[in-house]
Design a protein around this ligand. Structure first.
Ligand code: ATP
Length: 540
């Protein structure tokens, strides 16, 4: 031996050298644990360093299989794939099987001399020529043996066996902790995944069962109110600005009720001329009026067993309000020109975007009917008060329009953000119409914030502040300037009670006395306009 190698030998055999090697190993392993919680990376590196720094070779970690009756090698260093695949042990089989079964460490001083040592995994010729030891220690979680940490050790080496055993015990404990942590994290993650799946399924079925999109607390509250009263027979009054989904909710209420297989009849009170209300709602007998050549059942009779939805109930003339109240109280109707009372079993759902209580105060709506209708009021939130629903609604309308028109248009994130910033006085109907127009009238994808800007009514560059919950409509609500679409806008986005007498008169004057054009200018239906016009004329 040269002087240098003698010095190296002395250094290598000094206890200080081995302590520093052990410290290095532990430092490296714990540093890795801090970085990466996956056992693969940490345990592999641990076995690697065990070999590199301490000369304990062919380390392996055997873990019990799910059956608990056998174990197999899960992590190893210095073993070939074939060798690893041979590393399967039944309980009590060989040294590893014994440690698995009994949870006690075993040290085989010389593998060639121990009859219990199987030697089936690695050919003897591949191991060092001299005496080779084998050390196997149990890995425990919560006092239960779940695996074995084992390695080879050249018997004739400078480092005492007790030191190797000490560090191996620490590493076996560390392995147990890492595996325990992994199981814990996996269990927690799985539980969270399942809970998440369950919640999103519940949300999905609750909100999309009736085609109602959105998960804002305000919308969920309205849906849960709807579901709570769906089985009752009392009248429901849906309140909310135009386009907030009152009709959708009325249909949802019907579908959620035991009447779902019976008719759902929608009557738009704003669209029926005063003179036809009675015959439309209650039907008529033959000869009831000129032209009544056959008898006809009205909407109430047609809805028998089901639900009648009186939309824009605030437009109902006073005379009809009295008749409706009688029907609600007595559960009967009398056809126009008829004498017989016909029993009808109908649930009434009414909707209005008007302040009915104020109408009662003004004497244009019967108080007793108002109380009768207002038994179960459900307030539908404006879109501006639940902006978090805008992305989901926008994507819903986008995919619906894409499908209907064989298009494949998408939105950029900025476009969605721009939609979220808009005030939406026309609520969901306005959003739905806007998206339909954008998809049909643009020839590129994704649609950008600038595209949205171009299509928003008279808002270029302006970001309106969020409207307060159930904020009244702006006093002058002229219909927004729409880009040419080739489509009729189905309904104007204007609250029915939002025009002062001055505005009505001003519009008529601007249209040279033409009331239909004045109605158009103000974004009202002819009926809505006439109703207001009569009202201001009566007040004069
Ligand atoms: N939460 C929602 N999810 C999906 N679509 C919705 C939702 N709310 C409303 N819509 C859609 O928006 C449009 C307007 O809704 P709806 O006609 O029910 O409003 P409304 O309150 O009855 O309006 P109006 O007072 O003018 O009669 C419809 O096409 C409806 O399907």
């Amino acid at each position: 031996m040269t002087d240098i190698s003698t010095a190296e030998h002395e250094l290598e055999t000094s206890p200080a050298f081995w302590r520093s090697q052990e410290m290095l190993l532990l430092q490296q392993v714990t540093a890795l644990m801090g970085k990466d919680l996956s056992p693969e990376a940490v345990l592999y590196e641990m076995l690697h360093l065990l070999s590199e720094l301490l000369g304990l070779n062919r380390g392996r970690i055997v873990l019990l299989d799910e059956s608990g009756k056998s174990g197999s090698i899960r992590y190893a260093y210095g073993l070939t794939r074939d060798e690893i695949s041979r590393g399967r042990y039944a309980l009590d089989e060989g040294i590893t099987g014994l440690v698995l079964a009994r949870g006690q460490q075993i040290i085989v001083q010389d593998i060639d001399k121990d009859p219990l040592f199987l030697g089936r995994m690695i050919e003897r010729s591949k191991l060092p020529a001299g005496a080779v030891s084998f050390i196997a220690l149990p890995i425990r979680i919560d006092q239960k043996t779940v695996g074995v940490l084992a390695c080879h050790r050249i018997r004739r080496r400078a480092r005492p066996l007790s030191d190797d055993l000490s560090i191996l015990r620490i590493l076996a404990t560390l392995t147990g902790q890492i595996l325990h942590l992994q199981t814990y994290v996996e269990e927690k993650t799985e539980a969270l995944r399942q809970r998440n799946e369950m919640l999103s399924r519940a949300l999905e079925t609750r909100t999309s069962r009736y085609g109602i999109i959105g998960s804002s607390p305000q919308l969920l509250r309205a849906i849960s109110e709807l579901e709570r009263v769906s089985d009752a027979t009392a009248s429901v009054l849906l309140l909310g600005e135009s386009g907030t989904g009152k009709e959708l909710f009325a249909r949802a209420l019907h579908l959620a009720s035991p009447r779902r297989d019976k008719p759902f009849i929608r009557v738009n009170c704003a669209a029926i001329p005063d003179t036809l209300f009675e015959s439309e709602l209650f039907g008529y007998e033959r000869g009831a009026f000129t032209g009544a050549q056959t008898a006809r059942a009205g909407w109430f009779e047609q809805a028998d067993g089901g639900t009648i939805f009186l939309d824009e109930i605030g437009e109902l003339p006073l005379g009809m309000q009295t008749k409706l109240l009688r029907t609600l109280q007595e559960g009967t109707i009398t056809r126009l020109g008829g004498k017989r009372e016909v029993r009808v079993d109908v649930r009434l759902v009414a909707a209005t975007n008007r302040d009915l209580a104020a109408e009662v105060g003004r004497g244009t709506f019967r108080q007793d009917l108002y109380y009768r209708l207002n038994v179960i009021p459900i307030h539908l939130p404006s879109l501006a008060s639940r902006r978090e629903d805008i992305p989901a609604l926008a994507l819903h309308f986008l995919s619906r329009t894409n499908q209907a028109n064989q298009r494949n248009v998408s939105f950029s994130t900025a476009a969605i953000e721009r939609l979220q910033a808009h005030g939406w006085p026309g609520n969901i109907r306005e959003l739905s119409n806007l998206i339909e127009r954008m998809v049909l009238l643009t020839d590129h994808s994704p649609l950008t914030a600038a595209d949205v800007e171009r299509f928003l009514p008279g808002m270029a560059g302006e970001t309106p502040a969020p409207a307060p919950v159930s904020a009244p409509m702006p006093a002058v609500a002229l219909p927004p300037a729409m880009p040419f679409t080739g489509m009729e806008v189905v309904r104007p986005y204007v609250a029915a009670s939002s025009h002062s007498a001055e505005e009505l008169r001003g519009a008529v004057a601007r249209c040279g006395g033409n009331k239909s054009r004045a109605a158009q200018l103000l974004g009202l239906t002819a009926r809505q306009f006439n109703y207001r016009w009569q009202k201001i004329s009566a007040q004069e």
